[in-house]
Ligand binder design. Structure first.
Ligand SMILES: [Zn+2]
Length: 459
């Protein structure tokens, strides 16, 4: 699309999620090329003559696209297993299955995960992929290609594990890489896929899996690699009481102190979960600008606990939302996390003051952009930012009787997505993906899930 061609979206409610929380009961958004050119109240300025398309969005709420900050796409093939386990038991049950994945499986799982999120309003996705069995093919390439086909903006967190059972870790030895192998493959993924430019469609982060599956050397050298390359760092942190105990036993300190000792606190780092954080851990995250991917559904599914999101926000910690892998959150939708972030945190000590509907929307948009290091580009509807936005239909049975569209979006049923744009390019129309075949993806995920189950059963 040429930079001067415009899309005008009008007659809609708008939640810009800018710093002032600006909203319009009836307004317009003008998209020029891949950027937002104007947002305002009332009718759109009469015709930019070169508007190629005018969308009458009566009955809709327009928001920034949702940003997912933690996921494991491959788990799309192992949903609905180990359904009554805590994290450690769940991991030990599933590792031997996961160790059988190969490139066609990962490709199908990535397509399934991406399709599910994209048709539900996600415009920026991420995949923390940390299982690379020997001879399994080019998994990073397969995942990146799936994201390009779907049309979403994407961060590949190239994960790794090098602490197998013989080194006191949780994963079986056959599921881990060597330290040098993991570092070299991560660097290769950065070199091949990471785009530093404004508006990048693909970025790569260095992402050793977690303290229970990774050596201290991999954490330290991974941090050095990321900083040498100018890319971000991601891992799991402070997810469960068992992990906390593991860190105290092995390292003589809690997870946050351990991360700090290995170079893993900083404004270029974000961590999934951060459930078991004391006041000084939260202060350390705030002081260093370390971000958090809050995954309320997964934390509930695995009985991990409730992250202290209101305290993190009060301290100034950047917080986004994550689906987490779909073996611990079978729905795979980010919309659900807006609602569950609000509900779960209200079960904590702050009760009804824990989070507002608008704060929940902010976590799923601007907060996500912050933790991915992309707040200058995405996460709010402001002139000059990338045109990543969603038209949510609010005049159907599910929402029509709710006057406040933001409350309807966050607290109500999943709102139908009439249209979703990434960099001004439409990827969803009336709930259907425009660039990939959803039904073909569903069939391939079923085939590959069966193949994985058979291989694992034989193994
Ligand atoms: Zn995870």
């Amino acid at each position: 699309m040429a930079a001067t061609q415009r899309i005008v979206i009008e007659n809609c409610a708008i939640a810009t999620v800018d710093a002032h929380g600006t909203e319009y009961g009836c307004g317009y958004v003008v998209v020029a090329g891949d950027r937002i050119e104007a947002v305002g109240a009332g009718r759109a300025p009469t015709g930019p003559a070169d508007a190629v398309r005018r969308i009458d969005a009566t009955g809709h709420l327009v928001t920034p696209g949702l940003v997912n900050t933690h996921h494991h796409f491959y788990q799309w093939l192992t949903r609905g297993l180990a359904t009554d386990h805590n994290l450690f038991d769940w991991l030990v049950t599933l590792y031997p299955v996961w160790a059988r994945i190969d490139e066609p499986m990962v490709s199908a799982a990535a397509r399934g995960s991406l399709a599910m999120m994209a048709r539900g309003g996600v415009t920026t996705a991420m995949d923390h992929h940390y299982i690379h069995p020997k001879g399994s093919g080019d998994l990073s390439g397969a995942i990146v290609r799936a994201a390009r086909e779907t049309g979403v903006r994407f961060t590949l967190a190239r994960g790794s594990m090098d602490r197998g059972e013989k080194d006191g870790g949780l994963p079986p030895d056959f599921a881990v890489e060597t330290l040098d192998g993991a570092l070299a493959a991560t660097e290769a993924a950065v070199d091949e896929h990471h785009d530093h430019s404004f508006g990048a469609m693909t970025q790569v982060a260095v992402a050793p899996c977690s303290p229970v599956s990774v050596s201290s050397d991999l954490l330290k050298q991974g941090a050095e690699l990321a900083r040498r390359k100018g890319v971000r760092l991601h891992t799991h942190g402070s997810e469960t009481v068992e992990e906390e105990r593991f860190c105290h036993e092995l390292f003589g300190m809690g997870p946050t102190d351990y991360f700090e000792s290995t170079g893993w606190l900083g404004e270029d780092v974000w961590m999934a979960h951060c459930v078991h954080m004391n006041d000084s851990d939260i202060a350390a995250f705030a002081r260093t600008g370390t971000g958090v991917a809050h995954c309320p559904s997964s934390n509930a599914r695995l009985a991990a606990g409730i992250a202290r999101v209101p305290d993190m926000l009060a301290a100034g910690v950047p917080v986004g939302l994550g689906v987490d892998g779909t073996a611990s959150n079978e729905s795979g939708e980010l919309h659900t996390e807006l609602r569950n972030a609000l509900l779960v945190n209200r079960l904590g000590p702050h009760r009804e003051a824990a989070l507002t509907a608008r704060q929940a929307l902010r976590l799923g948009t601007y907060g996500g952009a912050q933790v991915l290091g992309r707040a200058r580009e995405i996460g709010s509807l402001e002139p000059g930012k990338l045109a990543d936005l969603v038209l949510w239909r609010m005049d159907t049975l599910a929402h029509a009787s709710i006057a406040d569209p933001v409350a309807a979006l966050v607290l109500g049923a999943a709102a139908p997505v009439t249209a979703s744009f990434v960099g001004g390019r439409q990827i969803v129309e009336n709930g259907r993906l425009l660039h990939v075949d959803e039904d073909a993806i569903a069939r391939s995920t079923r085939t590959e899930a069966r193949r994985l189950a058979e291989l694992a059963g034989r193994g």
